[in-house]
Design a protein around this ligand. Sequence first.
Ligand code: ATP
Ligand code: MG
Length: 315
Amino acid sequence: MQINKKEIKQNLKKWNEEKKSIKSFSFTGDIVLDNVSYTYSKKTPFEFRALDNADLSISDKKITCVIGTTGSGKSTMIQLTNGLLISETGQTIVGDYKIPAGLKKIKEVKDLRREVGLVFQFPEYQLFQDTIEKDIAFGPIHLGADKEEVYKKIPELLDLVSLPREYAKRSPFELSGGQKRRTAIAGIIAMNGKTLVLDEPTGGLDPKGEEDFMNLFLRLNKNQGKRIIMVTHNMDQVLKVADEVIVMHEGKVISKGSPFEIFSNQELLSKIQIEPPKLYKLMYKLKDQGIDLLNKNIRTIDEFAKTFKEVRKGK
Ligand SMILES: Nc1ncnc2c1ncn2[C@@H]1O[C@H](COP(=O)(O)OP(=O)(O)OP(=O)(O)O)[C@@H](O)[C@H]1O
Ligand SMILES: [Mg+2]
């Protein structure tokens, strides 16, 4: 067979042009879950409808916390956002990228997974490389990043999650639970996507570890404009960091609002059996005594003290 070089060249050119014209998606903009449902263990005695025609939108560049009792569908819902699960009804929309219900294979899934980095609960169990730097680099390289570029950034990433730089070559198995968690989170940050999805990122950590992580997420949001979506059972943390709170109950989104709106709503909190943040408990007691600070958008103890003084003076 004769090889026609000219023809090959022409074909290559055509192919390259076609490649360029393939639409690249923008994952910025709202994440919308439109009428999504999900059932586990279908057609078995364990069948369970974890999401039941839920609707939701999550704004870009904000910190959104997802709350709700155990089993309400939080983890299921967040796994839709990067295509780990695909809904049975409705659709998932990330920016201008759409995943319709029942889709078998997602197009450009690596791009989606890089843009929407998901950290499972107890991510430390997913570390499996022999050095910390390899663990951090694994995700981004697997999703198509340049190896050299990723390794160059390792010291910076270690700084970001407050691990000493000399840890890069150590084994992750020598680390404490909190340090392993930092390594796993550094791996997600290394992918450099615009959205971080965290499922109970501080579960099982001591208060100092929790505080460090919350401050890290706040910094990533305020300094780098990352969208943070976080499932948590710690309402004090929610009050501290959330721009928006999503409330889940029995597979549905039953409320969405600012932390002030959600935590002022005693009826809602008792329905979902969630204890309010400590500051709100105090404010409920004060309200019973005729001092109502619930509409003052208070996040911290300092803000509380200042507002309390002002209100008392004005009385
Ligand atoms: N693989 C599975 N097979 C069967 N049922 C499952 C499976 N995974 C989850 N479920 C059920 O689906 C429901 C929702 O689970 P999901 O993990 O989304 O809840 P959650 O709100 O994240 O709860 P938690 O606060 O305990 O983490 C739960 O009742 C759970 O038992
Ligand atoms: Mg969960």
